[in-house]
Design a protein around this ligand. Structure first.
Ligand code: ADP
Length: 501
């Protein structure tokens, strides 16, 4: 069944499209980009060996249009499709259509995507394999009376969740009986409009929870391993902003147990390729299966930094029908890695997405710093897609060193034109709660008083950046050396003087 892949259509955009194409180039595989009108001048379009326009701007008429994407794949002669994350990556119909067209889908089979994409189905299958699942229902709940009965049994607080859910949509926290009726109706209608599927179920709300997930890899020969955990408890709106590995919450024994549970969960649905098994860890050390993401995760770089593996390369090898070249005990993890997601958001205003032109962009560099970015100076963060600008990841020998490195890298990041999550990330990394390793998914409610407490910090950071830029450009113009090169040292002296004043 070995089939060498020669040309891959990357059915995605931005940083992840670029990240995938880089590995393709290293492997001597041609890359094909598809792009919307709004993305015509984005770096991933230029990087690809071939690029094809998808008419329109909205995701629905471009990156989410199965027929358009498949027809480009055929036209370009691509023998495989990499879906990245988001968009069509977890759409079983897309995987099915690709297979039907004789194109390799770089991911699991469409049946595993379908099973794991339905949270109630996933709960049934994974629960039956002996992995603990969050107490709640495995069948969709329709009417309020039934919901009241179940919630009473499970015990408040509970979560009403969309069976087809993702991105925190169709999810409602319910503290008592009075809230249940309206929350049920709200979640149902939100799920219907977001996923075209209004089915919801009820789950116990785990208190003081931490989000711990395990990266897994499985080949077509029944071999499956995990690449350790990632902790993703720093979230807003139930969505991740900062991730780290190793997690400070796991003992070696718990790590081993959860790692085995993750591999079992994947095996339960005949999983092949890279995937992530998500768990919720309670304050009392109990853990429960939450869901499985059947694709590459946004936060995969921290696993790459600590294991040395290239997950996209592994995905492609598996899709080519190769066996995994390692077993569990071969996989070693070294040091500590942290990722900060740099979103265009107003962190002082409830993390509201921001849009605009990236007028100035300077990315941090240096030992142990990795920036996965899909933009450049002059790029536009548009209303059409996710407002992520880049992912900043660092690696160092210890957690303490990694925190210091991340703070250094964040301080070097200069973005002018949109508001970003940089001040929030710096706040988290500087906080005692994060430093102690004792934090939960409630970090934002507990410590981030909606940006108020750090507005001074933010102002100072912004001021510093503007001054740095001014210093560079002014002094660059005013004082040039004999060879015409700008004198940067003069600029930083000017900056220091400004700070002293
Ligand atoms: P989605 O697929 O919409 O992202 P998830 O089921 O992955 O939803 O949950 C997203 C986040 O919501 C989790 O990381 C966690 O912070 C919170 N969450 C989900 N289920 C629970 C639960 N049962 N108890 C506590 N928090 C939860």
């Amino acid at each position: 069944m070995n089939k060498k892949i020669n040309k891959v259509l990357v059915a995605n955009r931005g940083e992840i499209a670029l990240r995938i194409m880089r590995t393709l180039r290293e492997m001597g595989i041609k890359s094909v980009a598809v792009y919307s009108a709004a993305d015509i001048s984005m770096p991933f379009v230029r990087y690809a060996d071939e690029a094809y326009a998808l008419e329109g701007n909205e995701a629905r008429e471009t990156y989410l249009d199965i027929q358009k994407v498949i027809s480009v794949a055929k036209k370009s002669g691509a023998d495989a499709i990499h879906p990245g994350y988001g968009f069509l990556s977890e759409n079983p119909d897309f995987a099915y259509e690709a297979e039907r067209a004789g194109i390799v889908f770089i991911g699991p089979g469409h049946t595993a995507i379908r099973t794991m994409g339905d949270k109630t189905e996933a709960r049934k299958i994974v629960g039956a394999s002996g992995v603990p699942i969050v107490p709640g229902t495995n069948e969709p709940v329709e009417d309020v009376q039934e919901a009241l009965r179940i919630a009473r049994e499970v015990g408040y607080p509970v979560l009403v969740k969309a069976a087809a859910g993702g991105g925190g949509k169709g999810m409602r926290l319910v503290r008592d009986e009075a809230e249940l009726g309206p929350s049920l109706a709200g979640a149902q209608s939100e799920a219907k409009s977001a996923f075209g599927d209004g089915r919801v179920f009820i789950e116990k709300y785990v208190l003081g929870p931490r989000h711990i997930e395990f990266q897994i890899l499985a080949d077509h020969f029944g071999n499956a391993v995990h690449l350790f955990e990632r902790e993703c408890s720093i979230q807003r709106r139930h969505q991740k902003v900062i991730e780290e590995t190793p997690s400070a919450a796991l003992t070696p024994a718990l790590r081993e147990e959860m790692g085995k549970a993750a591999v079992n969960a994947a095996k339960a649905c005949g999983y092949v390729n890279a995937g992530t098994v998500e768990f919720i860890l309670g304050a009392d050390g109990s853990y429960y299966f939450l869901e499985m993401n059947t694709r590459l995760q946004v936060e995969h770089p921290i696993t790459e930094l600590t294991t040395g593996l290239d997950l996209v390369r592994e995905q492609i090898r598996i899709a080519e029908g190769e066996k995994l070249t390692f077993v569990q005990r071969d996989i070693l993890r070294r040091g500590h890695a942290i990722e900060c997601r740099i979103y265009a958001e107003d962190v002082g205003n409830n993390f509201l997405p921001d849009t605009g032109l990236l007028k100035v962009l300077r990315e941090p560099v240096g030992n142990g710093v990795r920036v996965d970015s899909g933009v450049e100076e002059g790029s536009e963060i548009s209303v059409y897609y996710d407002p992520m600008i880049a992912k900043l990841s660092v690696w160092d020998t210890t957690r303490e060193n990694a925190i210091a490195k991340m703070l250094r890298a964040l301080s070097e990041y200069i973005i002018v034109g949109v508001r970003t999550t940089i001040p929030f990330c710096a706040f988290v990394l500087r906080s005692e709660a994060f430093a102690s390793g004792k934090y939960s998914t409630h970090f934002v409610e507990e410590y981030w008083k909606n940006g108020g407490s750090v507005s001074e910090g933010m102002g100072e950071d912004d001021l510093k950046k503007v001054l740095i830029l001014a210093a560079f450009s002014l002094e660059g113009k005013k004082s040039r050396g004999a060879n015409g090169a700008p004198r940067i040292e003069a600029g930083s002296r000017w900056l220091n003087k400004r700070f002293e004043e």
